[in-house]
Design a protein around this ligand. Structure first.
Ligand code: SF4
Length: 449
């Protein structure tokens, strides 16, 4: 999850933090309008995977190489953080998402301890969404029974591709057959709200391979599908291989090209790069376009740029992020945003645990920020316009005390003749035909007012 920025009102009005973050995170709202206390959603980060995938830049430890005590330290730290956060009384939250990492990489006993800990410290309505992420190869009937017993009602499975060659090209630790078995196990265990993650733009993947994976996924009638393009991220083995491959090529051809490619590789923390063995941007766009139409025909609604669901199965937890609602993220690297104060926990498990054991805040020194009005409004626009429903004009006014049609008049006018934006009822939406270029358009909201 990432965020970004933004009148005729006090442009630099940062929020006054009334108390320290590790106490109550109460906010003096000053001139800001805001609905009275909303319950946050709860995210728990489990920073362990069986083995790291070659493209992954998320914070997680490979269990293959980790010292045995790391999970114990993680659970100890998490327990202290939950206790501190809840201050003796279970805290109400709207939804639960246990992500990672690979939460299902935990042993049964550790998984059970984690679930019991969450149950002791947090309260959710019986109908609330409770999601866990997992990967094929780590899902056993025993683990699923534990999850069901603790009320987990949604499972998000990282399949990425039903193709062993592609899986191995990006260092996934499972096979397509294991993904099929995991889905069957999940259905047998009673999970009737299942998300499958698929990736396009994988090394050597062509359109036929992409279509084949989507068709296999559809044959299991998942309630939800998330489709993401591969991002080549600096520091990952895949990035390194790609860069070395390019340099080999350049050694044999034109050295002047190297300067161009080096600057490409450096330009952003997250960059999609074209190359011989990675589908280029045009092919990736075609893959996405094809999938959007195919999934629509199969009865899924593209409720967010990368997310598709059957009616009533949209991910409530993630909708909260995109609608600008509050969230609490616990665990190493967990990110929280309450009343427009955002902070990030330290990532390293030992530091996280020792901070908590010593009564210190586990928050990164540079990881706390009071968001300015500009930032809050820009984030609301950028995230909200990724949603099919768009940005709710009434909520925007209630939360910020201004009308987005006034604040963003210039940018809305600039794109009016192209029909990029549309007002429908209480919402401002992005015309779906511009979703492929949405990022560059949405950046217009950053630092605008
Ligand atoms: S399983 Fe997910 S979190 Fe773990 S290394 Fe692979 S992509 Fe990263």
């Amino acid at each position: 999850m990432m965020m970004n920025r933004d009148t005729t009102i006090d442009i630099d009005a940062t929020i006054n933090v009334g108390t320290k973050l590790d106490e109550d995170t109460t906010i003096c709202r000053g001139a800001m309008h805001r609905a009275p206390t909303r319950l946050p959603s709860l995210y728990i980060h489990v920073p362990f995977c069986v083995r790291k995938c070659d493209y992954c830049a998320f914070y997680s430890h490979s269990l293959v190489n980790s010292p045995k005590d790391l999970i114990v330290l993680y659970l100890e730290g998490l327990e202290v953080e939950m206790t501190k956060r809840c201050e003796g009384a279970p805290q109400e939250v709207t939804s639960l998402f246990i992500g990672g990492g690979t939460p299902t990489a935990l042993q049964d006993m550790d998984l059970e301890r984690l679930m019991a800990m969450i149950q002791r410290h947090f309260r959710l309505k019986p109908s609330a969404e409770r999601t866990i992420e997992g990967n094929p190869g780590t899902i056993t009937a025993a683990k699923l029974a534990i999850l069901r017993r603790f009320g987990i009602n949604r499972f998000s499975l990282g399949v990425q591709a039903f193709d062993d060659k592609l899986l191995s090209a990006v260092g996934r630790m499972h096979t397509a057959q294991e993904a099929r078995e995991a889905i069957k196990r999940l259905r047998t265990a009673g999970f009737d709200n299942l998300n499958l993650d698929l990736m396009f733009g994988l090394p050597t993947q062509d359109m036929a391979m992409w279509q084949a994976s989507v068709e296999v996924a559809l044959s299991y009638s998942p309630e939800h599908l998330s489709l993401y393009g591969l991002m080549l991220e600096e520091g990952t083995p895949l990035y390194k291989r790609y860069k070395e491959g390019l340099n080999d090529q350049i050694d044999q051809t034109d050295r002047t090209e190297k300067v161009k490619i080096d600057s490409q590789l450096r330009c952003d923390p997250i960059t999609t790069i074209q190359g011989d063995w990675l589908p280029d941007d045009d092919l990736q766009a075609e893959m996405q376009e094809w999938a959007v139409l195919r999934l629509k025909r199969a009865g899924y609604s593209q409720y967010e740029t990368s997310n598709f669901a059957r009616a009533g199965y949209e991910c409530q937890h993630n909708l909260g992020y995109w609608r600008g609602e509050d969230y609490l993220g616990l665990g190493p690297g967990g990110v929280s945003c309450l009343n427009r104060v955002r902070w990030k926990n330290v990532e390293e498990v030992r530091t996280y645990q020792s901070h908590l054991q010593n009564g210190q805040n586990p928050v990164e020194e540079a990881g706390q920020e009071s968001l300015t009005l500009r930032e809050c409004m820009a984030e609301r626009m950028i995230l909200g316009l990724r949603l099919q429903e768009g940005v709710n004009i009434i909520s925007f006014r209630n939360d910020f005390g201004v009308d987005l049609r006034d604040i963003y008049r210039d940018v809305l006018e600039r794109y009016r003749h192209k029909d990029v934006f549309a007002f429908q009822g209480d919402y401002l939406r992005l015309n779906p035909k511009f979703s492929f270029v949405a990022n560059s358009i949405l950046q217009e909201f950053v630092g605008l007012v």
